[in-house]
Design a protein around this ligand. Sequence first.
Ligand code: PLP
Length: 307
Amino acid sequence: MTLHRATPLLESIPLSGASGRRVFLKMENMQPSGSFKLRGVGHLCETAAREGATRFIAPSGGNAGYAAAWSGRALGIPTTVVVPKTTSEEAKNTITALGAEVVVEGSVWEESNDFALALASKHRGARYVHAFDDPLLWEGHGTMIDEAAEQMDKPDAIVLSVGGGGLLCGVVVGMDRNGWEDVSVVACETEGAASYAAALSAGRVVRLPKISSVATSLGSLAVAPRALEVERTHRIVSHVGTDRSAVNACKRFLDDHRVLVEPACGISLAQVYEGKLPEDARTLLVVVCGGIGISAKKLEDMDRAVF
Ligand SMILES: *Cc1c(COP(=O)(O)O)cnc(C)c1O
């Protein structure tokens, strides 16, 4: 048994109507941890546990940290989640409610990450759990395409969001092992968190000076080098949209499907609602990546705060 769950594939009448395409949704918001992250993190943690890991150490106050805490709980392995000072009490409580230990260290993710790496090197048997840059994560994320390949015919394009590029690399792994290597990928980011678009136009991994977007789950300053490599072998179309588009899409998706997702996911939905898609893509698979960093109140606040 895996830690993640097989998720439903839904044909969306509202998104199909809005985009003029046939749209299928892979409902990763329904993972026990609220996002697709459990696929990769769960696979990584299970593999590490089999190899004798005695502790998981994850630097992330977001969905990756939550998935690591979830995995540690399920496998009975103590888990330390290192979060920056900016992490809300609510987010910390959500993680500790799973029995994980939360350590507050650093003012930005990079500093928490340095601390987590140092901690992992001190603890014998500790396994450091990266949020997006580890081949085990990609292998785990790839299971969503294994499932989709059984649930639908091959689509023309897959629409997904890019933070550090772990989801992208994992979807490509899944495409390659299911004969879907010729499917286009629409890689979506928000302005202010567009580290992938920056890397693609520079032809190398670029480090953004800062993140300024409500889509905090997309907030990695630099993508995994592998995300750039897959662009050489697959047809990847990069799209950068506004926070306003992402928030509008979250509101519309809530009304259309009665499902609440983070703006990190909303930006993918926005490309479909707004029809910003390759001409020849008649059938789309949209990864509804989910996220626990959202509530009715937060969506209202974002709606007011964003231009
Ligand atoms: C992590 C995350 C992403 C981005 O995934 P990467 O692997 O960092 O590219 C997108 N949406 C949600 C909800 C996430 O948790």
